[in-house]
Ligand binder design. Structure first.
Ligand SMILES: Nc1nc2c(ncn2[C@@H]2O[C@H](COP(=O)(O)OP(=O)(O)OP(=O)(O)O)[C@@H](O)[C@H]2O)c(=O)[nH]1
Length: 700
């Protein structure tokens, strides 16, 4: 029998999509529509929660469009309750007419496109067209892949797999170009499923595996699970039942955990089918029974019919053809309510086998011929092989040797075709798996490298930040240290000044002034002179006027001395009422003249404020450095001796010592010696002169 494309299209039109774990189009649309919100899984028992007006009101109040909740619920119901999905999508469109939102409307239009793609091509195309019109209004250009997917599904449903494949290719390309991973996964799923239908299992597996990986990466585990089921179906079709069985078992666990009961019933059926192909009757029976129970609970008649067919097959395998026929009657009845050509053919095949076992040969042959017709059109090699073989045996048993032989030849040809294709596809799959594993390894390496680079970059960034922080801190520390250093320098300078200054009079102290003397003696080109000035009878001032007045007198004397010298000359307080004047490059006559000026100026100090009848007088000892080998102490001793001379010879006068023994009266008081009588008993010890008691040059 020659198979034409039109036959295939016709059979595909008749084949409902029910037994697939999820119809690819439905899945793709559901994914698009569920993308912005949580996937709403139907609760146990299959009833879908109702979006109340409160929910919608809440959505409006929280700023989300009220149509969004409806669209999400419609997306979730695509597989479990198509009617409800349609109603919700239409209600969403009504809301969107009042408050337009292009992206939400595209999603609603795609849901309706999905619903009608199996029922009314014209309406489905109108929805796809409207979604296409809205595309320029949305930012998410990846949605274009969703529209292409929908158009592909319309063509797939009517059996135009060639053009459907082209549209899925475009959808994949658009999703890849726009970088829309979710759309890409949906398009890959659709294309992969179609490849499987066209017996291109290797290519199908590649697409489905990519879709599964993307769903896992973008956090859509339910969709990843759907892809996994698709993968298992491909293995089943390639005759790798054990692989298929293992994947179904794995998917089942996750579907159960997620409460996806309708999917659980479908996967259980597929698992039973894998066991059936492996002739594992007990396992198959258990799986079919569970599938039947859940389908009944969900009132999912098509699922129930498929499970019953499986149980009938198990009954035959276990040697109970009669029981099988009873089960098949119930399955056929359910199938008639929800027509499904492939299921019809499978029921007929099982009937044929059971009847053969019961030796009801003509009925068996009729059932098998009925099944054969459908399987031939669908080019379902595996089932064709079983049907041809069974029919050959029945016809042989009926004595129809020639027909039986022809069926046997067909069975042989089909087996050859089936096995060749399965082997080809297995090899292709192995190659794809090998390539994918290689690429995965490469990707993992790249990922690791990328991660290492990122870590290095992050570390470099951290180091830069740290460096900047260190620089800032260093700068701050430098400023702080500089400030501290300046402060310290100022403090030190102030302390040094304080340490070298006489606190009371403000003139340099003994240490400060005498520290200059050695250098002066060394450096001075010519000789230097030194004066020691001592206030006469200073004790009396203290005694008679108080210590503070004594301080005042000291300050006044110091001020006169400071006023009386110019750089490089310097003065200092030796201690008590004694001052010293250093005169670099000054000859003795100039020094004596200066001493005399000091004596007179100090005597001229106005003391009326505290002692109207007294004057301050000073005695001054003068010396000059020796031409050779002079020392500071020797100079001081000479000046001190001169001072002693001045005191001894009556005070208020200037005396000179140029050598250790010489004594020279510079200004022996012109007007007479010291008036030691002034205070009577003081004698030479009484150095405070009373005004008027002594002549002008003496102590007054
Ligand atoms: N008010 C005040 N008195 C001081 C200070 N330093 C020393 N004296 C006093 O100066 C006096 C010095 O007395 P004397 O050494 O007897 O000398 P004098 O009375 O000037 O007599 P002659 O030097 O012999 O003329 C002492 O009574 C010290 O107490 C000071 O800083 N302030």
């Amino acid at each position: 029998m020659k198979l034409h494309l039109s036959h295939l299209q016709a059979i595909l039109r008749r084949l409902p999509v029910l037994i697939r774990p999820r119809a690819p189009m439905r899945t793709a649309i559901a994914l698009i529509c569920a993308s912005a919100g949580a996937f709403i899984a139907p609760p146990p028992g299959g009833s879908t929660p109702i979006v109340s007006m409160n929910m919608l009101g809440l959505a409006a109040a929280s700023g989300t469009h009220p149509a969004k909740a409806l669209i999400e619920r419609a997306a979730a119901a695509v597989r479990s309750d198509p009617q409800r999905s349609r109603r919700d999508a239409q209600a969403a469109l009504a809301l969107l007419a009042q408050r337009p939102d292009a992206e939400l409307e595209i999603r609603a239009q795609l849901l309706l496109c999905d619903y009608f793609s199996e029922r009314d091509r014209g309406v489905a195309e109108a929805h796809a067209g409207r979604a296409r019109e809205l595309l320029p209004l949305v930012q998410r250009q990846g949605l274009q892949a969703g529209v292409l997917n929908c158009a592909g599904a319309i063509l797939e449903t009517v059996g135009d797999n060639e053009r459907a494949g082209e549209l899925y290719d475009q959808a994949v390309a658009v999703a890849e170009q726009t970088g829309d991973r979710e759309m890409l996964a949906a398009a890959l799923y659709s294309r992969g499923y179609l490849q499987g239908l066209r017996a291109r299992y290797a290519a199908a597996l590649m697409d489905l595996k990519r879709a599964q990986a993307i769903y896992e990466q973008i956090g859509l585990p339910h969709h990843a699970l759907t892809s996994l089921n698709g993968i298992a179906i491909m293995y089943n079709r390639m005759g790798d039942y054990a692989q298929a069985r293992d994947i179904y078992a794995e998917a089942l666990k996750e579907q159960r955990a997620a409460g996806m009961y309708r999917e659980v019933s479908v996967t259980l059926h597929n698992l039973g089918r894998a066991h059936e192909n492996l002739l594992q009757w007990n396992n198959a029976q258990e799986a079919f029974q569970q599938a039947l129970k859940i389908s009944r609970g969900l009132k999912y008649e098509r699922g129930e019919a498929y499970a019953l067919r499986g149980l009938a097959s198990v009954a035959i395998g276990q040697g109970d053809p009669k029981g099988a026929l009873t089960i098949l009657d119930r399955a056929a009845e359910l199938q008639r309510r929800t027509p499904d050509a492939r299921l019809d053919a499978q029921i007929q095949l099982a009937r044929g086998i059971a009847l053969h076992h019961l030796n009801e040969l003509p009925e068996s042959a009729a059932a098998l011929i009925h099944a054969l017709d459908i399987f031939e059109q669908a080019e379902s090699h595996q089932e064709l092989l079983a049907t041809y073989s069974e029919l050959a045996a029945v016809q042989a048993a009926m004595g129809q040797w020639q027909q039986g032989y022809l069926q046997l030849l067909s069975a042989q040809k089909t087996a050859e075709r089936l096995f060749r294709n399965q082997i080809d596809q297995r090899f292709a799959t192995l190659k794809v798996e090998f390539d994918t594993a290689g690429k995965d390894k490469e990707n993992a390496l790249l990922l690791r490298e990328n991660l290492a680079n990122q870590n290095a970059l992050a570390q470099a960034r951290r180091a830069r930040h740290l460096q900047a922080a260190v620089i800032v801190l260093t700068a701050m520390l430098t400023v702080l240290l500089a400030t501290l250093a300046i402060h310290q320098w100022r403090t030190t300078r102030r302390m040094r000044v304080l340490a070298m200054t006489d606190e009371l009079t403000g003139v340099p102290n003994r240490r400060a002034v005498l520290s200059r003397l050695p250098a002066l003696l060394k450096q001075s080109a010519s000789r230097c002179s030194l004066l020691i000035i001592d206030i006469d009878y200073f004790k009396r001032i203290n005694d008679e006027h108080g210590h503070s007045e004594g301080d005042e007198a000291l300050k006044l004397v110091a001020a006169r001395l400071r006023e009386g010298i110019r750089e490089p000359a310097s003065i200092g307080r030796l201690g008590g009422e004694e001052f010293v004047v250093l005169l670099p490059d000054t000859r003795i006559d100039e020094a004596c003249a200066l001493a005399e000026r000091f004596r007179q100026q100090i005597m001229a100090i106005d003391t009326r404020r505290w002692a109207a009848d007294r004057r301050i007088t000073v005695s001054i000892g003068v010396t000059m450095s020796l031409a050779l080998g002079d020392t500071p102490s020797a100079m001081l001793q000479r000046a001190d001796a001169a001072l002693y001379d001045a005191k001894r010879t009556g005070r208020n006068c200037v005396r000179v010592r140029l050598s250790a023994h010489e004594c020279k009266a510079e200004n022996a008081p012109a007007d007479g010696p010291v008036d030691d009588r002034a205070e009577g008993s003081g004698g030479n010890e009484e150095r405070y002169a009373q005004q008027g008691d002594a002549p002008a040059a003496g102590f007054t």
